[in-house]
Design a protein around this ligand. Structure first.
Ligand code: 3PG
Length: 306
């Protein structure tokens, strides 16, 4: 059996070594496609793969069709908006993610971005502190929860909004529960986004919510670019000269934002939330174990297309 690791953005070497050890110990072979630039390279590489590990790499219907032996694809990470689940299901390919495995890395980056923005992107001049400010956590999943825990250490007051998490769970962790999404945005000096990109959330963060934020507020997006209504973000940044935006998932209009708003906006050059050795090892090895577990024992934990 062949396990293909196809990562346009490669794992750290230690993670690849760990994946290889798990795969080979299970009597399978590992094949690597790293830093590829053309989808055709992926289409060729999957032709004889029984299992596939990816990161944000797009596993489209075309990819599934090019992989006649494929039985399982694991997205080593949390967000699975890059997997065509319907195409996987039609071919009875099991799709999984590895929830929680890279969350700490993303959470630390979100906090780092808050400090970076509070200190004027490390340019000379007087900044502000996080202590005493209010943090709004939009979605209290694995990353949101870790961001909240870290922010508590900075002396921030934390509010969260998540219709999928019972209020007592958040309250038991010292989090104030926002009554509504609008209430969350109205309170947040910093708003950290942790919603997935899907039909409901695409373009959902725009003028209506951002205009509610307090004076000098900053939106931090380590989630997905698709959740932002980009024209509305540009419009509100023009209207509200106090608002700031920092993101790990650069919007399509980033050049225009930078030209107009300069130090009030920031985007990493390439998504780096999960780019730590630890996160690569945690997510990569989990993916390899999940593949072995499924192919050898039929274990479908973390299956996304039930
Ligand atoms: C995730 O959904 O797990 C993160 O966005 C990390 O994505 P990456 O593996 O492309 O860095």
């Amino acid at each position: 059996m062949k396990v293909l690791v196809a990562t346009e953005k490669p794992f750290a070497k230690k993670a690849v070594d760990g994946i290889r050890a798990i795969v080979e110990q299970a009597g399978m072979t590992l094949s690597l496609l790293e830093k590829y630039t053309q989808k055709e390279e992926l289409l060729v590489a999957v032709a004889d793969a029984d299992a596939l590990i990816v990161r944000s790499d797009k596993v489209t219907r075309e990819v599934i069709q090019a992989a006649p032996r494929l039985r399982i694809v694991v997205r080593a990470g949390a967000g699975y908006d890059n997997l065509d689940l319907a195409a996987c299901s039609e071919r009875q390919v099991v799709a999984m993610n590895t929830p929680g495995q890279n969350s700490n890395a993303v959470a630390e980056l979100a906090i780092g971005m808050m400090i970076f923005m509070a200190r004027n992107q490390f340019q000379p001049g007087t900044g502000t502190e996080l202590r005493g400010k209010t943090l709004g956590v939009h979605a209290y999943g694995n990353v949101g929860r870790l961001v909240a825990g870290l922010a508590k250490g900075f002396g921030m007051e934390i509010y969260a909004y998540d219709p999928f998490i019972p209020a007592p769970v958040m309250q038991s962790e010292g989090i104030h529960v926002a009554a509504t999404l609008e209430d969350l945005y109205r309170r947040s000096d910093y708003l950290s986004l942790h919603i997935p990109a899907n039909k409901e959330t695409t373009g959902s963060i725009g003028q209506a919510l951002l205009s509610l934020m307090p004076k000098g507020a900053c939106l931090i997006n380590t989630a997905r670019k698709e959740v932002i209504n980009e024209p509305e973000l540009e419009a509100i940044l023009a209207q509200r000269t106090d608002l700031k935006y920092a993101t790990d998932v650069a919007p399509g209009n980033m050049d225009a934002l930078k030209a107009q708003f300069d130090a009030r906006v920031f985007a990493t050059t390439k998504k780096m939330g999960a780019e730590t050795q630890e996160a690569n090892i945690n997510a990569g090895l989990a993916a390899a174990r999940q593949i072995v577990g499924y192919l050898q024992k039929g274990d479908k934990t973390f299956c996304l297309n039930k």
